[in-house]
Design a protein around this ligand. Structure first.
Ligand SMILES: [Zn+2]
Length: 377
């Protein structure tokens, strides 16, 4: 330990106050991320020791300079402060890409299972499949790539149109009529050249062989397809993934849920896909998905296999960029914590939805159906 290089965590503010008695001081460590405080009453030379921990001088160099502070005392102090996530051993961060420095600091404070740099490596090892690269799917993809996810599969059959520019962050006047998967892959590669992306310019249909897109190395599938109706595609995908114990995140979807958190389907920790969909079927009793009018070359449900409705036309109703971005960001708070393997991750299946006309956040809990043999195996 004495040859190592420590520094106070970047997210920690340190306050030192003199106490009257015996030349002692009170040292307060204040974590900016969690608002947590740790206080110790100690000798003045401990404060001097802490002030010299800059990540560049080794502990032994500092002790030699200070004199009066013993190596046993220093080791005890460093162990205590490391356990409290207040100190960083900078030599362990050598192979970490410094673009993630601030995020690693955050992980250090918020995910207490391991060092932040280790959590960063876990995130980098994940492979995510995106079914749908629209306003929500693409924004989630961008957030995850910026956070350090390096392996993605993108599935979408559509091309970028003029009306996508107002909602898709990656759509520009230059890439109109390019396939969404190609345009998004190029955009994400500009953010991080190391990422590996597979693309499928294809439709998700009832007879789609999902094994072509999803293998057993996939860590998470994110479904944000709003056409065909997300409830139908999620049922197909969710039932398939259950066999391989691959979790599914359903994000955004059709217009009514543009400002929703979406939900994670990961049985047995959450209700299974059938139970989740049952919750919606009950809540939306009598409601049917509708599609607005657009040219027929874009018809996406062949032979009415997902629904008995005739004359499918696609396009969707209204939406604003902050609504889809809000939904994507809200989803990512859960998705990132899940991908980071945080042991404090809460699987309670609460779905949030912000009602912009009322200015309130609503919530409801997805429930397991009593007779379900997936949820109660
Ligand atoms: Zn169930």
């Amino acid at each position: 330990m004495l040859n190592k290089f420590f520094k106070i965590q970047d997210t920690v503010d340190v306050y030192i106050k003199d106490l009257e008695q015996d030349g002692k001081v009170i040292i307060t460590f204040h974590k900016m991320t969690t608002r947590q405080r740790v206080e110790i009453i100690t000798k003045k030379n401990v404060a001097e020791f802490l002030a010299l921990l800059d990540g560049k001088k080794s502990v032994i160099e500092i002790l030699n300079k200070l004199g009066k502070f013993s190596s046993e005392e220093a080791e005890k102090l460093i162990t205590y402060l490391s356990n409290e996530h207040l100190l960083t051993d900078t030599s362990l961060n050598i192979d970490i890409d410094h673009r993630y420095d601030r995020q690693i600091n955050y992980f250090d404070d918020m995910i207490l299972d391991r060092r932040g740099s280790e959590t960063q490596k876990i995130l980098a090892s994940k492979h995510i499949v995106f079914l749908g690269c629209g306003a929500i799917g693409s924004t989630i993809a961008e957030i995850l790539v910026r956070a350090g996810v390096q392996s993605l599969t993108l599935v979408d059959f559509k091309k970028i149109t003029k009306s996508n520019i107002d909602l898709h962050l990656f759509a520009t006047e230059e890439n109109i009529s390019e396939s969404k998967v190609q345009a998004l892959a190029k955009y994400l590669t500009k953010i991080n050249q190391k990422i590996r992306i597979k693309t499928f310019d294809e439709k998700l249909l009832p007879n789609t062989d999902l094994s072509r897109w999803i293998d057993n190395k996939v860590d998470l599938v994110i479904n944000s397809c709003d056409e065909p109706y997300i409830g139908h595609t999620s049922l197909k995908v969710g039932r398939y993934l259950q066999n391989f114990k691959i979790p599914l995140y359903i994000a955004g979807g059709f217009d009514a849920h543009l400002m929703s958190s979406g939900e994670l389907i990961n049985p047995p920790f959450t209700p299974c896909i059938d139970c989740s969909q049952q919750t919606f079927t009950k809540a939306l009793e009598g409601w049917k998905p509708t599609y607005s009018h657009i040219n027929t070359s874009n018809v996406i449900v062949e032979n009415n296999q997902f629904d008995s409705e005739n004359n499918y036309t696609v396009g969707g109703a209204g939406g604003l960029i902050m609504m889809s971005s809000f939904s994507a960001n809200l989803s990512c708070i859960k998705i990132l914590q899940f991908l980071c393997e945080d042991s404090s991750f809460d699987h309670t299946p609460i779905r949030y939805e912000y009602l912009p006309n009322k200015g309130v956040m609503t919530e409801f809990v997805l429930t397991r159906q009593e007779e379900c043999n997936v949820c109660y195996k």
